[in-house]
Every structure is written in C-alpha cells, then in structure tokens.
Design a protein around this ligand. Sequence first.
Ligand code: ADE
Length: 243
Amino acid sequence: MRFDVLTLFPGMFPSYLGQSLLKLAIERGLIDVQLHNIRDWAHDKHHSVDDRPFGGGPGMVLKVEPVVECVEATRALTPDAGHLVMLTPHGRRLDQRIVEELAANERLILLCGRYEGFDDRVRQLLAPDEISIGDYVLGGGEVASMVVIDAVARLVPGVLGDEESNRQDSFSGEDRWLEFGQFTRPREYRGLAVPEVLISGDHEKIAEWRRAESAKRTAEQRADLLDPAPTVEQPKENETERT
Ligand code: ADE
C-alpha cells in the first residue's frame, strides 16, 4: 500500500517511520511512504504558502494554489490517483471502522494543514475525505496523518505477522468490544497471579474467559460500544412507505 504525505514539514516524519512496525513494513515493501513538500509548489520567489484571511481575523491561511497543484502533481505520479484524505478538525472522526475503510484503498494521499487551516476552495475543488482524529485542535495535520498511517498499516496483510491479532484488537472483529487483558511471565508479581484458566491449556475455556473479560471491560469502560445506536435505513427516493 502506498501513502503520499503532503506537508510543509516533511522533516517530522522520518523518525516516526524509521522505528518499530512501520520501519519493518517499509523495509519489507509492504507499505511505501512518500513525502512531498507543499512549499515546492509555491508560486512566488519567496515560496510563500500562507496569507492573511480575507475578512480579517487572527492567524494565516494556507493558500489554495500550492495545495491544489501539489495534490494534482502527486496524484499524477501513478496510474492510481489514490484516495485523497484531508486531515482537519472539521472532518468525520476517525475510528476503527473508518480505518478499515481507508485500508481498502491501494493508495492514500494525506493532506496536512497548518496555521488556521486551508483556503476553503481546496475543499471545494478537490472534494477530499475530511478526517479528524478527535475533537481537539492540533498545530497541524502531521501527527494526525501519522495516526492514520499507523492504524491503516496494521491492517495491511503481513504487517503484523499474525492476522488474528487484528481481529482480537479493541474496536475490531464482529463485536468491536475492548480487548481482554493479556498476561505474560512471571506467573505472580507483587501478590498478583495470572488467572489460572490461562495456564490450563484448555483453549475452549480460555476463549470463554477472554470473551467474558472483554464484555466486562467494555461494560465498565466503554458501555457505548455494547449497544451501538441502530442504523435507521432511509427510504429510497420514489419508494413509498408500505402500510
Ligand atoms: N489538524 C488540526 N487538528 C486536527 C485534528 N483534530 N484532526 C486532524 N487534523 C487536525
């Protein structure tokens, strides 16, 4: 899977991408992350990418031309134009379902903003998939794009090694509950013992225990996940209500 990150600060990425799971995934050719500096598409000799907002107000706004042209040039680099994601606090809030949806693409183009955000014509012209990583405002979209890369890369076959771990993860699998507690050696530490059942070797019992633990933990910490609001099907146009 290929990720193209469009940013004013490409220097923020190599350290994160150069460690642990993502480093291995890149080395194994399972993911490819290409960084592009939006400033390279600035029009004037000062390479300016931001300007004061029309109508006044604090801060600076990312200019439309460098951003749109950087996106267009990046999309044209491969036959697959990719799925364009704009990281912005105004977007739909990222969760594991959206991560799964994003992972279904072969190529993601991640557009990171800075300052007070983008000139709104970027959104109007490019119709990106606007994604927020939570209801708070970051200094820019870079950390948010790393969150997307990290969460999506885990779903690329081969990255985790054992695909079962994806299904067991919190917010994943059929029920999307929180994951059960895990233990490793030693069997006892400061008076706290590992639950007997986990050492029993009885796989059916272990699965039962884990399911119960998962339910308990979800009820205690994220009851909203136990009873998701039912999705209401909207009647299609021309479809009259049956009596
Ligand atoms: N840029 C600034 N804040 C953000 C957020 N919460 N999510 C995604 N991108 C952002």
